[in-house]
Ligand binder design. Structure first.
Ligand SMILES: Cc1cc2nc3c(=O)[nH]c(=O)nc-3n(C[C@H](O)[C@H](O)[C@H](O)COP(=O)(O)OP(=O)(O)OC[C@H]3O[C@@H](n4cnc5c(N)ncnc54)[C@H](O)[C@@H]3O)c2cc1C
Length: 445
């Protein structure tokens, strides 16, 4: 299997872009597409401008977990709502997006890990989540075919999953049905700013006039924003994934310990990733952000493997320009789809750890392996906010490895900001100006 969405995939939304729109959304990942859906449903005319393909980057490459378990406290109410929103959206889609409520389980191999999980669980229950603590016997009952030296874990039965590369394109079609427009293969080179406020965007296919622009460009957002004086300490880390061929069902849900994460896919295979460290390609932005990431580094000093050079054209590659003219090619159209090579060492580790966990699978064969660049923030929560220094600009990025699941709830929040209606929950945790103060780290489970 080659990865389903890449730079050679057919263009489903060829354009040309309109000359004017109520809202321009930069980026056709889950955040941009969900924002378009909720804006269209609120009677606005949004247009999503995507440099590559809808869901070509993180939004198709993820594991497909839709979880509230383990979330930051500011995100938890959104994550809980998101499950219900996904359930409603799934029914409206024109294909089965694989939405299933199969639960998420975190498995602890040490009492220390168990204590962290149990502390999180106690508060989450107070916040209304159906998360339970499992001791060893509970794990054996939940996963009778599994073997491991777990002391316990936590389990949220209401957590869900879906098939990302089917789901996000299906929601894109739904958004178009409801009045949104999408243009693929069209990079936004920069914002059009007049009189100190946003007046639209400049794309490779011309200007689009609009008084509202949403930047939901995933790992590219920092590069675009900093050209216009909006600074966020966003970085991107590589994460490798392997999909097995179809296997007998050994476990129906999603689970992880510190060695391997696994979940069953709709096609009968398992999607796996090895646990442990993130991989960061060090570039100029990484150097510039060391201070912002110090609290996270102190909390988990060995959590990240540093790699010397990002591949050519990546947002934080040494050769990627930080300034460019809007009437010539920008870094965004030079690199249509971020498609990092997976770490085969991590892929093999994940396969072997899965086989050890389920010994009745003597050999888990890979059907495909890929990687994605996860955009992350120093406190592992996104920015969902208006830019104070640039009226008309809404930033919705930095989903820090969990945007697929929470996507509908943040898309709805973006629509609320632009429609000037109260969001369903407080967005204060996601403000841009929080980086000017000492950072509050979330539970990062
Ligand atoms: C391996 C992996 C596993 C993950 N597992 C999970 C999981 O199980 N559950 C979960 O909830 N989350 C998971 N995530 C995280 C989740 O996928 C992301 O948080 C989410 O997809 C981010 O969505 P997004 O729309 O912000 O960004 P993206 O999906 O990255 O989309 C951004 C889009 O913007 C476009 N773009 C950027 N700049 C421009 C420009 N100037 N002009 C036009 N277009 C532009 C890009 O081409 C891209 O398509 C995982 C991520 C990875 C990589």
């Amino acid at each position: 299997m080659t990865f389903p969405i890449n730079a050679d995939s057919p263009v489903a939304y060829p354009g040309p872009p309109p000359q004017e729109a109520d809202v321009v959304i930069v980026g056709g990942g889950v955040v941009g597409i969900m924002s378009a859906l909720f804006l269209a449903r609120a009677g606005r005319r949004p247009v999503v401008i995507e440099k590559g393909r809808v869901a070509g980057e993180q939004s198709s490459r993820n594991w497909g977990w839709i979880r509230a378990q383990g979330r930051d406290w500011g995100e938890l109410p959104f994550a809980m709502d998101a499950k219900g929103l996904w359930a409603e959206i799934a029914v409206e889609c024109d294909v089965d997006i694989g939405f299933r409520q199969t639960g998420v389980t975190y498995l602890a191999r040490s009492e220390k890990a168990m204590q962290r999980y149990a502390e999180w669980q106690a508060r989450a229950v107070d916040e209304g989540l159906d998360c339970t603590v499992l001791r060893r016997a509970g794990i054996d009952a939940l996963m009778p075919d599994a073997q491991g030296d777990w002391v316990g874990g936590i389990h949220t039965a209401s957590d869900c999953r879906a098939e990302p590369w089917v789901a996000v394109p299906a929601v894109a079609r739904l958004a178009c049905r409801d009045g949104a427009r999408i243009v693929e293969n069209c990079a936004v080179r920069g914002l059009d700013v007049e009189g100190g406020r946003v007046a639209g965007v400049v794309t490779e296919a011309g200007r689009i006039k609009s008084r509202s622009v949403v930047v939901s460009g995933g790992a590219w957002s920092r590069l675009l924003l900093q050209r216009h004086g909006v600074t966020i300490p966003q970085l991107a880390v590589r994460s490798s994934v392997v999909a097995t061929k179809a296997l007998p069902q050994v476990f129906e849900g999603q689970a992880t310990d510190d060695r391997v994460a696994f979940r069953r896919r709709a096609d009968g295979g398992y999607t796996l990733a090895s646990g442990g460290r993130n991989e960061l390609f060090v570039g100029r932005d990484a150097f510039a952000s060391v201070g912002a990431y110090l609290p996270a580094l102190r909390q988990e000093p060995f959590g990240t493997t540093l790699l010397p050079n990002a591949p050519t054209g990546f947002p934080d590659a040494w050769g990627t320009p930080r300034t460019w003219a809007l009437d010539g090619p920008s870094p965004f159209e030079r690199h249509r789809v971020l498609n990092p090579k997976p770490s085969m060492r991590r892929v093999t580790k994940a396969l072997r750890a899965f086989e050890q966990t389920f010994p009745q699978i003597s050999q888990a064969e890979a059907k495909a392996a890929w990687a994605g660049m996860i955009d992350t923030m120093p406190d592992f929560v996104p920015v969902i906010d208006e830019a104070a220094n640039l009226p008309g600009l809404v930033v919705a990025t930095g989903l820090s490895g969990h945007g697929f699941g929470i996507g509908p709830a943040f898309g709805k929040a973006v629509a609320a900001i632009l429609c000037d209606t109260p969001p369903d929950h407080s967005l204060s945790r996601f403000r841009i100006d929080r980086f000017a103060r000492p950072l509050e780290l979330g539970p990062t489970l």
